[in-house]
Ligand binder design. Structure first.
Ligand code: PGA
Length: 255
């Protein structure tokens, strides 16, 4: 089993800071066997990360993309511009983009399709707000976000995805979801996908949990039956804490 652990740096780190981080994390790389490690820096640091991660098994990801190949879209980044630097994955529909930038389900679907067309692995984020959870709407919200994001994809395309379950109230708050809640959402995502795409549950996408994941709680999530990875914000910003988290995940699952 491969674990997929991705660092979502959000709007942190200059190109110079990125190079320093990547040099440090490379020194730890021999401790990551069996873990698919991804670093998703800001766009302006992708070139520096690509350079520093050359011939490393740590993969490079981005945090967003536009669905068109080129055109009059001021401030946007096309899939080919990410591929040019060896980026192999992209976070799509993160709750901060949904909530702060007003990203809609339809746009997220266009982005997922554009990423796949360009050969990028989408990391599709879904998750409810605290209010939606209190109202008992969690499952409905996850289903809506998931099925609209995957609309029009083939079963084979869906099986290559990463889906990150990130309850919004757990992001950056230190208040991680309970392992039971994370498992309930992750298993529902796998069930929805196997129902819709008639795929084998085992061959389905990788499900990550995200939201206040750290070295000292990763074992509770990574050992859940439906979870095989994590999307990590705050704890991925220092090479030391990110390395500790990856090693803790390995220890819990791979021994
Ligand atoms: P966090 O962020 O680990 O800082 O909670 C996770 C995310 O937003 O992807």
């Amino acid at each position: 089993m491969t674990l997929t652990i991705a660092a979502n740096w959000k709007m942190h780190k200059t190109a110079a800071e990125t190079a320093v981080f990547c040099q440090s994390i490379r020194r730890e790389e021999s401790k990551f066997a069996g873990v698919d490690v991804l670093i998703c820096p800001p766009f302006t640091a992708i070139s520096a990360a690509a350079e520093a991660l050359r011939s490393s098994s740590i993969r490079l990801g981005a945090q967003n993309l536009h669905w068109e190949e080129k055109g009059a879209f001021t401030g946007e980044i096309a899939p080919s511009m990410l591929v040019e630097f060896g980026t192999s994955a992209v976070i799509i529909g993160h709750s901060e983009r949904r909530q702060i930038m007003g990203e809609q389900n339809e746009q997220i679907n266009l982005k997922v399709k554009a990423a796949i067309k360009a050969g990028l692995q989408p990391i599709v984020c879904v998750g409810e707000t605290e209010e939606q959870r209190m109202q008992g709407a969690t499952n409905k919200i996850i289903e809506e976000q998931l099925l609209s994001a995957l609309e029009g994809l083939t079963a084979a395309q869906v099986s290559g995805l990463v889906v990150a379950y990130e309850p919004i109230w757990a992001i950056g708050t230190g208040k991680a979801a309970s392992p039971d809640d994370a498992e309930e959402a992750a298993s529902m995502i796998l069930r929805l996908i196997s129902d819709h795409y008639k795929s084998e549950k085992r061959a389905g996408p990788i499900i990550q949990y995200g939201g206040s994941v750290k070295a000292d709680n990763i074992d509770a999530y990574i050992t859940l039956p439906s979870v095989s990875g994590a999307l990590v914000g705050g704890a991925s910003l220092e090479a030391e804490s990110f390395s500790a988290l990856i090693q803790a995940a390995r220890k819990a699952v791979l021994h």
